[in-house]
Write a protein that binds this ligand. Structure first.
Ligand code: PLP
Ligand code: ZN
Length: 378
């Protein structure tokens, strides 16, 4: 099933403000990444257009867009979820974005805004995909990019970053070290920070388009469940907000994490409101291996949205992720990286546990392309 995505309506440029989710302060839209008063996470507030959804053009300038978004929603055979499942299984195929992951949606908007605000270069801390997206869009825009990745980043993602002509810096250890190093580079160079945690509010804001798109592709009937590979959670927020924008309510969201790095799923399991950082991330799902050590409040925000949707955060093992990845390739012709299959892996477990019912409708977001990471196949 592949339906038209966004309606043709005239472009509007809504007035933008930044809003602190912690202290409620309102700020003008500048290149600022946390609330100057309290350090809280900032989000974009924009006027709702009358009677239609926003367009990509409301977030991304003409010279910047590379055709990100508008990805297919495919109906798969229900037995790909489980032999006993007789509901509907759909995948939102985000591997189809220009650099092969949904990060393109976020980076396109963040880069657009950075350039509009006078930035002369960009920096991104990345487990690989955000950096590939930033390098790709910066190349097209003619803007210098510095990408900081952990040493263990999959080679396919590093190859993309280098191919697009960005300066690549690698740091030892986990994603948190890359995050900190990128912040230092921004302070020294004055470049805009396009790191794709909740840091850049303009990037996160554009992810609401995926929720809107999905709602329209579902012919305005939300599914029962949407499973989302989740690191810090901007994609969860995008889906949540997009459904609120269009439907005023949200399907149950499943934040899928890996057992080797599951700070949000652990807090959910323990009934906690505040997420704690994870100690030693270790998983084949590189795209969701952020331990959230320096900014656990981002995990808490994501968890609050998951709970508001009556959904759950769930950790799946690498074995299940690998099986789901292989089945997507061999039984649906969908070649994704391990992280991309964490959504299906989580949905499979939750069906077996009886959380997902046998006649439910389940959408799995498949977030990143298989070309990016071969190691999991060997
Ligand atoms: C970044 C990423 C995620 C996690 O998205 P968040 O919005 O950071 O939670 C999931 N899958 C892939 C392939 C990614 O690159
Ligand atoms: Zn604040």
């Amino acid at each position: 099933m592949t339906l038209a995505v966004l309606p043709e309506v005239e472009t509007i440029s809504p007035e933008l403000k930044l809003h602190c989710i912690a202290c409620d302060a309102t700020l003008p839209p500048t290149l600022v990444y946390r609330c100057p008063d309290c350090g809280g996470i900032l989000e974009v507030v924009r006027q709702k257009p009358e009677g239609h959804s926003w367009l990509r053009a409301d977030f991304v300038g003409d010279g910047i867009t590379l055709g990100e978004g508008g990805t297919p929603l495919r109906e798969l055979r229900p037995n790909l979820l489980h032999a006993g499942f007789s509901g509907r299984l759909l995948v939102k195929d985000e591997t189809r974005n220009p650099s092969g992951s949904f990060k393109d949606r976020l980076v396109a908007a963040a880069l657009s805004r950075a350039i509009a605000l006078g930035a002369t270069g960009i920096v991104s801390a990345s487990s690989g995909n955000a950096g590939a997206a930033a390098a790709c869009y910066a190349a097209n825009a003619g803007v210098p990019a510095i990408i900081v990745c952990p040493d263990a980043t999959p080679r396919g993602k590093l190859a993309q970053i280098v191919a697009y002509g960005a300066a690549l810096e690698q740091v030892p250890g986990h994603y948190g070290n890359a995050f900190e190093h990128a912040r230092q580079i921004c302070a020294e160079t004055g470049y805009a920070n396009l790191t794709t945690t909740y840091l850049n509010p303009y990037g996160v804001d554009a992810l609401r388009l995926i929720g809107q798109e999905l709602y329209e592709q579902m012919e305005c009937v939300g599914p029962d469940w949407i499973a989302i590979p989740t690191s810090s959670g901007p994609l969860v927020k995008g889906v949540f907000q997009g459904f609120m924008d269009r439907a005023g309510k949200v399907p149950r969201l499943i934040a899928a994490q890996s057992e080797g790095c599951a700070p949000i799923a652990r807090a959910f399991e323990d009934g906690k409101i505040d997420v704690d950082g994870w100690e030693n991330p270790n998983t084949i799902a590189s795209g969701i291996s952020d331990p959230l050590q320096a900014y656990p409040e981002e995990g808490s925000l994501t968890l609050s949205l998951v709970r508001a949707s009556k959904g759950l955060a769930y950790a799946v093992g690498d074995v299940g992720i690998r099986e789901a990845m292989i089945d997507l390739a061999r039984k649906a012709g969908l070649f994704c990286e391990p992280t991309g299959a964490a959504s299906l892996a989580a949905a499979r477990d939750l069906f077996i546990k009886g959380t997902i019912g046998s006649s439910d409708t389940v959408v799995c977001i498949v977030t990143g392309h298989g070309f990016k990471d071969f190691a999991a196949w060997t």
